[in-house]
Design a binder for this molecule. Sequence first.
Ligand code: PXL
Length: 273
Amino acid sequence: MTIAGTDSGGGAGIAADLRTFAACGVHGCLAVCAVTVQNSVGVTGVHTIPPATVAAQITSVASDIGLDAAKTGMLAGTEIIEAVAEACDANGIGAGGRTPLVVDPVAASMHGDQLLADSALDAFRDLLFPRATIVTPNLDEVRLLIGLDVHDRAAQYEAAKALHGLGPRYVLVKGGHLAEDVEGCVDLLYDGDSFTELPGPRFDTGNTHGGGDSMAASIASGLARGMSAPEAVAFGKRYIVEAVRHSYPLGQGHGPVSPLWTVRPWWEARPTV
Ligand code: PXL
């Protein structure tokens, strides 16, 4: 299940998550937290869903279909974060429960448009980090969450340690925004004891809209398929490298990564009916 917001441009948020789930071979359910008015240039409006309706979506699905993993994306504000934390506890999602929880601490779009109220950062740290199986911040989110500006690998390690202190089982500090890594893009996984570097190529493209969402959703898919967290992160890294490789231009601004890079053009094959 994705617990997140919509993007009318179809690149990020729930649209990215559901395509990622499909590409990774799992059925996706959703709890909508916010509707954004958005195109490739930016966000011009946000409408939040009542917190009780967010919680009810989670409970409705968990009580019938069941959940093998969940991920959070745009949660918009404190009240929704509180409702999600409560619904997670009530349905065995996250720490202490049966269902692993990926927390992607979405705070802003790649254009800098705010997707989380400043006042909600405390709720994120206090309510969601301790419940998370894994948190997946990029370097902008690291700065907002712990006030650390990461400019080199040493600081990436320091950030992983500090974030682990907030309670998640695993931390993945994504290195996509690291200026030092001009050749590649190294994500860093930390379990409180040991570090694992996940190297990958860097592509010369501005079309990375929805990349963080797809990465977190592919990790959740791996967990849903029964992988351990380190296995799910390696699965997610393989997946997102291809999604960025196949990214495409859209509109006048930033285009999206391609969560469905896996799909073959079946319509070009000879019809069977
Ligand atoms: O990529 C982060 C993100 C998540 N969720 C929604 C978004 C964005 C970025 O724009 O719009 C709804």
